[in-house]
Design a protein around this ligand. Sequence first.
Ligand SMILES: Cc1ncc(COP(=O)(O)O)c(C=O)c1O
Length: 478
Amino acid sequence: MKDLNFRHGDAKSDVFGTDAMINPSPVDKIPNGPTTPEIAYQMVKDETFPQTQPRLNLATFVTTYMDDYATKLMNDAISINYIDETEYPRIALMGQKCINIIANLWNSPEQNRWKTGAVGIGSSEACMLGGVSAWMRWRKRRMAQGKPYDKPNFVVSTGFQVVWEKFAQLWQIEMRTVPLSIDNPTLDPKRAIEMCDENTICIVPIAGCTWTGMNDDIEELDKEVTKFNKKTGNELCIHVDAASGGFILPFLKPHVRWDFRLDNVLSISTSGHKYGLVYPGLGWVIWKDKKYLPEEMSFSVNYLGADITQVGLNFSRPAAQILGQYYQFIRLGFQGYKAIQQNSMEIAEYLHEEIGKMPQFKNYSNEVVNPLFIWSLNPKYDKVANWTLYDLQYKLQQNGWMVPAYTMPKDLEQCVVMRIVCRQGFSRDMADMLLTDIRMAVSDLEKLSYPTQSRVEVNRDIHPKHSFNHGGRQCKKN
Ligand SMILES: Cc1ncc(COP(=O)(O)O)c(C=O)c1O
């Protein structure tokens, strides 16, 4: 009798002897029947097989290393939905403990036993919640004053992360951007204030700008906001987007005043999955006090076995990240976090120095303020080079490294830069391997006797304006 299972049913064949492995994987339609878990596993695994090793990905800010205990805890909790607070009340409590710990790291003055905050799937959700709370507070005030509330705006630098564009579009709140320039590589507090009026719901400074790694001067901004409020009688406030800086500043620069110590900072967001050292996706937003979280943002449901109040855009969300965050707090403590962030910082400084020594390159800033930095081609070299940083990105990719080249945001878009984000799991040895690969790639590229395609395109589109040439931060001006 014909053995129908052989090759067709897949149950008896070795994985690589089955029909599935010689047929394309499904793209449009769900397959008609089931296959074995071994085959399904192999197909999914193979599809992601050729990708970069996460720890060689120097483009991402997101955690790519956690120790085995953290990984085990998170795997054990993989089936748990955070929203099911009645079934898993201890996890809700653990989330609240994380909120307390983070609020205190940011010098919260809140007197309540449980500080006011919320968990997000990342900084994006946390930023949205901070932004929405500012908008609702402003709207309530305007309503109470009998004034129109249909034209809200907020102010941020052009170094904003895309989440703020989403916030503006989705909630229809005008985004006013303060241009970054060579002389003002971070948000200019005075210019930010000039853009504010009675319809401004908040200003959003950034601690750890995605494009440059730099910090906005939040203390100076706070002073300007105080002056503005005194003069106008408005209640302009600050939401800090501390996606990266929120877990760097408290450990490495505790003396810098950027957080709830400042009068006008009413909410702060961060990514637990960046320098919070947890796998994706986890974000946090904290309010200075319960009174700054509008009641309308809390929703209660009763169908999970009790009255559950939650603040968030998503309803269901993974609980594993909360376990991961709380584990890291216990495991590392303040000193452990400090040591890890310090190491990332020192490795970033080392790479920054070595890259700065190469005649082909020029660093954007003289200083590294977060464990990441950007650089461009040296303007003199740029004039004669047959290659661009895009070619270097491609070459490094062949060795498994992901080091992105990109153009800077609006007003500086003529600059092509490369960025390295140093994170836990990136050792000095790896930094040296990377430097060797960069030097070898550059030496290969220098042998080219004709321009690469990207050089031709760059020269055609933006030459000669696409490199830095200005003291420490060397972008050419328009
Ligand atoms: C400054 C800033 N804000 C917000 C975000 C969005 O963060 P997430 O990816 O955690 O949603 C990022 C991400 O890189 C960021 O750098």
